[in-house]
Design a protein around this ligand. Structure first.
Ligand code: ZN
Length: 99
């Protein structure tokens, strides 16, 4: 069993609810859950067994999901909490291939 990355998720909603929203609040919740499941497994696949050669640390990735009720768009951003700069670059490179 390869070492698994540590992946954590943050959810946020912003903006005022539109008169006739495309997604109701509970559907936004579902979208978060779905995205979390999809991204979580995609990231785990990409980063499984990826360990810093110098510090023997697994990758730690924080995923921020931001739903804007105004534009009705979900914005995804990543932040990597690395043990060192070299490992950060490696993890970011691998993350860019997450489809
Ligand atoms: Zn390191």
């Amino acid at each position: 069993m390869p070492i698994q990355p540590l992946v954590t998720f943050d959810y946020q909603r912003t903006g005022d609810t539109q008169p006739e929203p495309y997604l109701e609040e509970d559907e936004i919740e579902n979208l978060f859950e779905q995205t979390r499941a999809d991204l979580g497994s995609a990231i785990a696949r990409k980063l499984a067994g990826v360990v810093c050669a110098d510090h023997q640390q697994a990758a730690a990735v924080r995923v921020n999901l931001l739903y804007d009720r105004q534009t009705e768009q979900m914005d995804v951003s990543y932040s990597v909490e690395p043990c060192c700069q070299l490992f950060l670059q490696r993890v970011v490179q691998l993350l860019h291939r997450v489809g």
